[in-house]
Design a binder for this molecule. Structure first.
Ligand SMILES: C[S@@+](CC[C@H](N)C(=O)[O-])C[C@H]1O[C@@H](n2cnc3c(N)ncnc32)[C@H](O)[C@@H]1O
Length: 270
């Protein structure tokens, strides 16, 4: 198998760990998919694709707005939960196991491309941006949410990555999607001129230990990091660094209140 295929296989395994949906519900993050779908003013019958859709954060509200939605994700376990959520919401979405670097859509098939904290995790950002542009019809819109590198999740992901073996050179760091200059470069020549807006979501955990448990138990890559660092003896260091981060956001009553800053990237294809 090629190194690229190995990276994808590893990603699929890692994102299947933990209980992602439990974390999303605890943090209220499903509201952000609904906000994005609302912001893009999806109208009935529009063709929408949610790239790296996970459990359907953007796809389900887009379908609720009347969009004809395809949700694409690498991880079947995520799609299984997405299916259940869509059924509970009474909406139809075409859930497809697929890769953001090779979207299972024809050229110019989509009126709207959405991704909430998804496309940033595919390894080759130029390829993903090209794919987004390829499937988008002229006049079509994009709406992408990505964690801000200078926000609390930027810091969080840098701490975790510091305890893991480096990725192969061709893997772009997920937080690069939060760099406006880089995103302008990614869409150069595609006909899409990105527009940026910063937003913040308040995430509340009952305590520092509860915050650490929420991510290590539920967020696949962090669950994996705990497993690897436990095996190599560096878990106490990772735990201490995460605790220090969360203590900085602790209130007098012990609750951790995280100002989760993210970037909303919108744009229209010429
Ligand atoms: C942080 S989750 C975001 C999921 C969802 N969009 C949301 O807002 O909750 C990242 C998702 O990216 C998916 N993913 C990672 N690499 C991918 C790739 N190359 N192609 C498609 N999906 C990918 C994972 O399976 C996971 O569901």
């Amino acid at each position: 198998m090629s190194e690229l295929a190995d990276v994808k296989t590893a990603a699929r395994t890692v994102w299947a760990l933990g209980d992602y949906d439990a974390m999303m519900r605890a943090e209220g993050l499903y509201d952000l998919g609904a906000q994005l779908a609302h912001q893009l003013t999806i109208t009935p019958g529009e063709r929408v694709v949610d790239v790296a859709c996970g459990t359907g954060n953007a796809a389900i509200p887009a379908a609720r707005a009347g969009g004809r939605v395809t949700g694409v994700d690498l991880t079947p376990e995520m799609l299984a939960v997405a299916r259940q959520r869509a059924e509970a919401a009474g909406v139809t979405v075409d859930w497809v196991e697929g890769d953001a670097e090779s979207l299972p859509l024809r050229d110019a098939e989509a009126d709207v491309v959405l991704s909430t904290f998804g496309c940033m995790f595919a390894p080759r950002h130029e390829v993903v941006a090209e794919e987004i542009a390829r499937v988008l019809a002229p006049g079509g819109r994009i709406g992408l949410c990505v964690w801000a590198p200078d926000g609390v999740f930027g810091e969080f992901f840098r701490i975790v990555a510091g305890y893991l073996p480096p990725d192969p050179e061709f893997v772009d760091p997920p937080l690069a999607w939060g760099d406006e200059h880089r995103v302008r470069e990614l869409f150069e020549g595609t006909g899409i001129t990105p527009v940026f807006e910063r937003a913040s979501w308040r995430i509340i955990h009952p305590s520092v230990e509860a915050a650490i448990a929420c991510y290590t138990d539920n967020l696949g890559p962090v669950t994996k990091a705990r497993e690897l660092t436990t095996a190599n003896g560096s878990w106490p260091g990772l735990h201490a660094d995460l605790a220090a981060l969360f203590h900085r956001h602790a209130e007098d009553d012990g609750r951790v209140v995280l100002p989760a800053t993210y970037l909303v990237i919108t744009g229209r294809r010429a």
